[in-house]
Design a protein around this ligand. Structure first.
Ligand SMILES: [Zn+2]
Length: 169
């Protein structure tokens, strides 16, 4: 590490979250994957920053165009995935909430995770459970509908590094 802030994104200076070494390998396009060296990658979740992964030596960065999937945090496309393991999109959650004023998606994901059916480390660019993001989308959809109802389901991600929900809700 050549400077004092190995955890800071070279693009926006925000602190990136460490991902498993296998996460970029699973999600990068082949030509970007060929640039991977060693380990120690972090994920930048800043919406306006194009850097998705950077290494702690800050010599190597991968942008949104280097990934096979659309990064939830860095897109405003309603068709983008929010749950990468079970293929829920922002739009599909808005549609469900719009139709019935509630969403079973957080509970459904929680159950499938408990059954061990998820593989967040290799499906989700952030390398951890999506539940925090899903709950935020459900809340936004309820608010857009003029409803401030409760979001049911597990309040935390199911796996280590529980998504975006660690600041509580
Ligand atoms: Zn950044």
């Amino acid at each position: 590490m050549k400077n004092g802030t190995p955890a800071s994104c070279p693009g926006c200076a925000a602190t990136g979250r460490r991902v498993d070494d296998s996460t970029p390998g699973a999600l990068l396009r082949p030509n970007a994957k060929a640039r991977l060296t060693g380990g120690g990658y972090r994920f930048c979740r800043t919406e306006s920053c194009d850097v998705v992964y950077f290494d702690e030596g800050q010599e190597l960065t991968f942008g949104t165009a280097d990934l096979e999937v659309t990064v939830f945090q860095k897109s405003s496309d309603p068709e983008r995935p929010v749950c990468y393991c079970f293929e829920h999109t922002v739009q599909s959650i808005y549609d469900e909430v719009g139709a019935r004023g509630a969403s079973d998606v957080p509970e459904d994901i929680g159950e499938k995770c408990r059954a061990g059916l998820d593989d967040c480390e290799h499906n989700n660019p952030q390398g951890s459970c999506c539940l925090g993001n899903v709950r935020r989308v459900v809340k936004e959809a309820l608010r857009a509908r003029g409803d401030v109802g409760k979001v049911h389901g597990a309040s935390r991600g199911c796996c280590s590094g529980s998504g975006e929900s660690q600041h509580g809700s």
